[in-house]
Design a protein around this ligand. Structure first.
Ligand code: FE2
Ligand code: FE2
Length: 232
């Protein structure tokens, strides 16, 4: 399959073509205001590994069928930074924002469904936090060590990759509770907006897991393999 986006494309065209790439861009630490510069120039100016950036955006638009990406071409350090920024985005920005909007949209004192929705949401967020903190504490630490030329023997990366679970499923349940059971009121604009945020968040989390499974895992395995060969 031919890549949709190339390093010679204008960064602004890419964003106008597919606005969900804005999020990928910001997680790579690229800010707006790049004029007519190409993807390659913008990456260079922002110290971003262009191949990894292109691999992620082409994965975003091509879906998980793109997992044949040459994992030895990806910069593991760059991809891990991207994943860390995504964790920060969800935990520190996206989840609190959805919570604030939920409280605004549902009357928590008026009915039990509102209370249940908020409780369900808080429990869900704390599960995702655990999942992400585990990755930070163990997986990313392991990869940091690999990047410093050491293979830690106290962590099995393959065990992690086999047990890595998607994190967006419960959000789908929450959506269904709101859609099916929240008592309707005359003006549902606020609630519709928060539902919209939840749909986008679910998509983002699904993409996050896919990038981990189909791009990060093979790239790390590759790195571990070549390091072991080198050290032998
Ligand atoms: Fe993650
Ligand atoms: Fe994960």
């Amino acid at each position: 399959m031919v890549d949709k986006y190339l390093e010679t494309d204008r960064m602004s065209d890419l964003i106008c073509d597919n606005y969900s790439l804005l999020q990928v861009m910001s997680r790579f630490g690229i800010s707006l205001g790049f004029g007519d510069k190409s993807v390659k120039e913008v990456c260079l100016n922002n110290n971003v590994d262009c191949h990894t950036f292109l691999a992620v955006i082409n994965f975003v638009v091509g879906g998980s069928s793109r997992f044949e990406y040459a994992s030895d071409m990806i910069s593991v350090a760059s991809l891990m930074d991207y994943l860390k920024q995504s964790h920060i985005y969800f935990l520190e920005f996206n989840f609190p924002m959805i919570r604030r909007r939920l409280i605004e949209a549902i009357d928590c004192s008026a009915n039990d469904v509102s209370y249940l929705i908020l409780k369900f949401y808080d429990e869900y967020v704390s599960e995702v936090r655990k999942h992400m903190e585990f990755e930070e504490r163990t997986v990313f630490k392991f990869v940091d060590s690999l990047l410093n030329g050491v293979v830690p023997e106290n962590f099995e990366f393959t065990t992690f990759s086999k047990n890595h679970k998607p994190i967006d499923e419960k959000l789908n349940e929450l959506k269904n509770i709101i859609i099916k059971y929240y008592p309707a009121e005359k003006n549902n604009n606020l609630l519709n907006n928060v539902l919209f945020d939840i749909f986008i968040c679910e998509e983002g989390l699904n993409l996050h897991s896919n990038v981990e499974d189909y791009m990060f895992v093979p790239a790390v395995m590759n790195l571990e393999r070549s390091l072991r060969n080198e050290l032998e």
